[in-house]
Design a protein around this ligand. Structure first.
Ligand SMILES: [Zn+2]
Length: 68
């Protein structure tokens, strides 16, 4: 049995500047700075220096709705 560890990262949309949540399925060192598909389906660039915060006013509402 493999252990499923779900890690959420914050990723910023390139055109909107809005922060999305991205589910990381790889080690964080492999995704920093890469474009990933966010929980809501948008493409966003992962920034591991930022933490996903669904309550932040600059966060994507669709991502927050899908996660909580
Ligand atoms: Zn989103």
């Amino acid at each position: 049995m493999s252990e499923l560890v779900l890690t959420l990262a914050a990723a910023q949309g390139r055109s909107t500047g809005i922060w999305h949540a991205v589910e990381l399925h790889r080690s964080p060192s492999e995704v920093d700075g890469a474009c990933e598909v966010a929980v809501c389906g948008a493409l966003a660039r992962v920034d591991l220096d930022q933490a996903w915060d669904g309550d932040d006013e600059e966060s994507c509402e669709a991502c927050a709705d899908l996660l909580y």
